[in-house]
Every structure is written in C-alpha cells, then in structure tokens.
Design a protein around this ligand. Structure first.
Ligand SMILES: C[S@@+](CC[C@H](N)C(=O)[O-])C[C@H]1O[C@@H](n2cnc3c(N)ncnc32)[C@H](O)[C@@H]1O
Length: 220
C-alpha cells in the first residue's frame, strides 16, 4: 500500500498546476476573492473546479442546483462544463455577493444558463419542491449547520441516479481532531455520520480542497 500524503497548500497548488487551465473569468473571480481578505476562504478550491467539471461531463449532467453562490466561482465552473441545453440554479441569501456573481456570469456569456435565487436556501428549496423541479446534481456549499436539512431536502429534488456533492466535509482536518469541538465542526461531524448511515446513497469522501463528499442516489 502506498504511503498516505498530507494534503497541504503546496500539494493543492501542485494539483492545480498540473490540471486543466482556468478560464479568464474564473481567474478574475479568484483575484477578486483574494482582495476580500479572510472571506476568500469561502470559494471552492481550484482543484475542486476541475473535479466538478469532469464529473459533470462524464456523468452527462444537464441540470444543476447549487446551494451557496458567494461570488460565483463554483457556479461558473460548473456552468462552463454543462452542455448547450444545460441549466444551473444557484441559491444564496446575500444580495451583495450575488450581484457580483451575476456580473461575472454576464461577462462569461453564461447568464442565460444560470438562474440566481436570492432567499434563504431552505425556503428556496421548498419552493422548488412545490414547483416539482428536479436536478441531476445538487452541490451543497452553504451554512454548515443546515447541511443535514439541505441534504434531506435534496432527495425530493434529485433525479434517478442523481448526485449530491457536499463541500467542506473535512473542515481543515478538524473533524478528526478530538480537541476541536466548536459549533461548525460538530455540525459537520454530525452530517458526515448521518451520510455514513444513509442507505439511500453510495458515497465517498475525497480530500480535495476542504474535503468533498460525493453521494450517488441508489436506484431502489
Ligand atoms: C462557502 S460560500 C459558497 C462558496 C461558493 N460555492 C464558491 O465557490 O465561491 C457559502 C455561501 O452560502 C450563503 N449562505 C449561508 N447561509 C445561507 C442560507 N441560510 N441561505 C442561503 N444562502 C446562505 C452565504 O451567503 C455564502 O455566499
């Protein structure tokens, strides 16, 4: 068996340097996020942009629901991988960052594929359920305390064999550190245990970025 490696910033950079190239607007969003200081940590890792794009293309995904837009890096990355007739709905409650994201989507000529819904994400998901909307992929990347709620609601919005992908499931590695017991770490640990016991899905955690879980809804 190979020796396990520590996934640190250097390795993340190495992965990015040896994967595909980013589009000019993705780069622009990253530069903008860097100017925001600490908040920049909200965006997905560059390695995750490539990963999401490859999954979307290989699984032939057409309809995506995203929970947590921020300034739009994950949204734009996923939308870039969609086929011509693909659509993405992204949910966020922050007016300011959503407005910024919208500007980038227009600049990338992808605003026709992307719909932003500005509201509390749980409310938006319930509305989408009432409207009988369904998706091939649901990407969860918003407030961690609601992860179990987002995950459970996702089952009413997911197509047969659909995927749920969840970010930040390793939370800087804190999930496996018994000395870290803050509110968010506990929420993520609870979420990971919940998914582990959930027989509705096949799943795995990949140590990309801050840790990403991929769940495939079983066709029962
Ligand atoms: C980690 S960031 C998303 C990052 C984004 N996926 C990216 O790659 O740039 C989380 C986002 O969730 C949003 N959010 C947090 N709680 C929310 C809620 N209850 N309803 C809707 N959006 C929420 C925040 O406004 C923030 O923009």
């Amino acid at each position: 068996m190979g020796k396990n490696i520590e996934i640190n910033e250097k390795i993340e950079k190495y992965i990015s340097d040896h994967s595909c190239d980013l589009n000019s607007i993705q780069k622009e969003i990253i530069i903008h996020n860097e100017s925001l200081g600490d908040v920049k940590r909200m965006q997905i890792a560059i390695s995750q942009c490539y990963f999401l794009q490859l999954i979307i293309k290989t699984a032939k995904i057409k309809n995506i629901l995203e929970i947590g837009t921020f300034t739009g890096l994950s949204t734009l990355s996923m939308a870039l991988a969609l086929p011509k007739d693909g659509k993405l709905v992204t949910l966020d409650k922050n007016k300011e960052t959503s407005k910024k994201a919208e500007l980038y989507f227009k600049k990338a000529n992808l605003d026709n594929k992307i719909e932003i819904i500005l509201n509390n994400a749980l409310e938006s998901m319930k509305n989408l359920i009432n409207e009988k909307k369904t998706y091939d992929l649901i990407f969860i990347d918003a407030d961690k305390e609601n992860y179990i709620n987002y995950y459970n609601l996702s089952f009413q919005l997911l197509n047969k064999n659909g995927l749920i992908i969840i970010d930040n499931v390793l939370w800087k590695g804190d999930v496996s550190n018994p000395n870290k017991n803050d509110r968010i770490t506990i929420s993520i640990r609870d979420f990971n245990s919940f998914v582990k016991k959930d027989n509705r899905v096949e799943k795995t955690i990949l140590p990309l970025g801050d840790g990403i879980t991929i769940c495939r809804k079983k066709y029962l």
